[in-house]
Design a protein. Sequence first.
Length: 403
Amino acid sequence: MVLMRQSEVNIGLVGHVDHGKTTLTKALTGKWTDTHSEEIRRGISIRLGYADIDVYKCGKCPEPDGYTNAPKCAKCGGEAVFQRRISFVDAPGHETLMATMLSGAAIMDGALLVIAANEKCPQAQTAEHLTALDSLGIKNIVIAQNKVDIVSKERAKESFKEIKAFIKGTSLENAPIIPIAAHYGSNVDVLLAGMEEFMPTPKRDKTLPPRMYVARSFDINKPGIGVDEIVGGVVGGSLMQGEIRVGDEVELKPGIKKKNVYKPITTRVVSITTGEKQVDTVGPGGLIALRTELDPGLTKSDNLSGNMVGKPGTLPPVRDSLFLDVTLLPKLIGSDEVIKPILKGEPLMISAGSAVTVGVVQNQGKGEVVLKLPICADKGSKVALSRRVGARWHLIGYGIIRD
């Protein structure tokens, strides 16, 4: 096995479609995260994308010039000192993919909110993503004002004022706004400096029982291989607490559906990959992939996304219904429409951890919601609530699991 650094923090890239999140990921990490054929054809992110980066700092160059993503300083050519490893989560910005963005938010410790200078701020998903991050408790945010290379100086200044007006009165009011040109990698050093200052590595407890949110699942076997070459399915996501080792027995909840009932499944960890290299043990932070002994047919096409992984008998209960203390937003994001109270019989999209399901309200007075697909969640967990308005789901608030 290879000994290597593990990512310490997960940072999401969020914002309106076509504002350059994936291009910024490429500028920061050298990796293009849109790899699915439909993403390439349409030119937008559809699934969550992942990439890692090592952050270095040159001791000779003044801040922020000394920050770099390479062990040699690009400014003076001197040796740079390693600071930490970061995992990026590139979330879709298209309005129809809000559920995917919300599931990705479950594994984010902070976020880069990408806002393009060539469009008026706020655009619809810019506002919705900001509200989603705020509702889910993600406070460490840096704003990247992208595409300043394709606008005039006057427009760049106007865009900056629009962003300041947009965040006034929110939890982001004092967030740094860093102008960049992601296409050319311009000001990436300043952006890295901003992340180091405003996105501290969260404290995590390795002594607690491991809990991992599954954001993706895969069958990595190539068509046509021999039976003796088939390997088990892979689940990917982030470990929020504890440690997982190669050889550990783990449980996935809520598991898989059998005869209309979801049952947890247990398996063994065959290998652990982080940063495209294999390790023996992995702790909290960063994005990981666990190859298991599961039938790859169970893990293909993200079939196990939304599950939670941990040691058998230690995970939260599987819930077919929720009792929520609900907080609604005052208005529908991007409009003056007042959000009406939730009604009995109304369907809601519920995002809990990396799981996304639909629930039907049974008793709005008690906040009771019966779920179409069960979730694994603790009492006190926060869930995002979305209502179908027109052709898509709109975020309307959040709920705290009461029982």
